[in-house]
Design a protein around this ligand. Structure first.
Ligand code: IMP
Ligand code: MG
Length: 178
């Protein structure tokens, strides 16, 4: 991968403002719900989850789940594989899935179904970014940071072949396979 910094699509400041807004909304919506469990989808959501969870004004616990759907390419296979399930018991709890990005929607759709099988009280979804034009399956994003076009983005947790996850902003890269 080249060393040049990816072009800025969403700045660090824009992200921080939006994450604070979403945190306020979630804090309000769940103010009367006991047992909110935020389930971060590894690896891409780790920074979004860290910032979002620390801005909430309500009690919450954190779980992680890991899936794999892409390998190192940039096109979805549509086949989602569970790599790691939640460790804690989420039965009867309010689950908020925290994803980095919704592209085709296959991952989130799979995760909602999978987590529902644990019999939680509710399941909702939060995603930092959504590629609205790329949807192949219908899936609701209850809390959304930003809609973007069909571009490959990196930073704030998102990677291209494991690179650029820790950029403070969201930038665009041009993968060679698309
Ligand atoms: P979906 O199943 O097609 O919705 O893909 C969702 C997953 O693909 C996300 O959780 C990301 O891990 C990955 N992904 C999709 N688009 C991008 C991108 O532009 N940058 C980095 N990862 C992406
Ligand atoms: Mg992901």
């Amino acid at each position: 991968m080249k060393n040049e910094a990816p072009e800025v699509l969403i700045s660090e400041e824009q992200i921080q403002l939006r994450v604070a807004e979403i945190a306020e909304q979630i804090s309000e919506d769940y103010s009367r719900a006991e047992d909110l469990v935020m389930v971060g989808v590894l690896k891409g959501s780790f920074i979004f989850l860290a910032d979002l969870s620390r801005k909430l004004s309500i009690p919450r616990t954190i779980e992680f789940i890991a899936v794999s759907s892409y390998g190192s390419g940039s096109r979805s296979s549509g086949a989602v594989r569970l790599v790691m399930d939640v460790r804690g018991n989420i039965e009867g709890k309010h689950v908020l899935i925290v994803e980095d990005i919704v592209d085709t929607g296959h991952t989130l759709k799979y995760l909602i179904g999978m987590l529902k099988s644990h019999r939680p009280a509710s399941v909702k979804t939060a995603a930092l970014v959504r590629k609205a034009e790329s949807a192949e399956v219908e899936v609701t994003t209850d809390y959304l940071g930003f809609d973007i076009g069909d571009e490959w983005v990196v930073g704030y947790g998102l990677d291209f072949a494991e690179q650029n996850r820790t950029l403070p902003y969201i930038g665009i890269v041009k993968p060679t396979d698309r």
